[in-house]
Design a protein. Structure first.
Length: 154
């Protein structure tokens, strides 16, 4: 393989050769009244985002429709190409002690379910907050803790 750099023009020339070979006179008749340099310039402009992703252009060439595509249709074919596999870097391993400490702080503290308040501890906490400062809870929160069965509703 040579070290020669591939240009956008080279890609478009090769693309047009392949499309001409595939579609024959349909392809050449499609462009007979338009200067070919203008057509190639328009295709270069539309496909410039794919020159760094030549496998997408190759995929589009392998999945051509029966009818000869225009540049927008060909661009949609390129966009439909499957993404290439990118090597992934494994995330760093977390220190188990730090993970345990963080998770313990995130765990909800419902208290002992067999205590006086049990699973209704949240209602008692909200009632205590409301009793200390009635403006600290909204009417909706007040309605929620009062709807909890038991002594919190009192």
């Amino acid at each position: 393989m040579s070290n020669q750099k591939i240009t956008m023009i080279d890609v478009i020339d090769r693309l047009f050769s392949r499309l001409a070979a595939t579609y024959g006179t349909d392809w050449t008749r499609h462009w007979e009244k338009v200067p070919m340099n203008d057509v190639k310039t328009a295709w270069c402009h539309e496909l410039e985002g794919y020159f760094g992703n030549l496998p997408a252009i190759a995929w589009a060439l392998e999945n051509l429709p029966e009818r000869c595509p225009n540049v927008i249709e060909f661009k949609h074919l390129c966009r439909a190409a499957p993404a290439s596999d990118v090597p992934r870097i494994d995330p760093p391993k977390a220190d188990p002690a730090i993970v345990a400490k963080v998770l313990s702080g995130l765990a909800p503290n419902y208290g002992d379910p067999f205590s006086v308040y049990g699973m209704k501890a949240w209602a008692y906490r909200l009632k205590a907050k409301d009793d200390a400062n009635p403006r600290s809870v909204t009417p909706t929160i007040r309605m929620m803790y009062k709807s909890a069965p038991g002594e919190a509703a009192a």
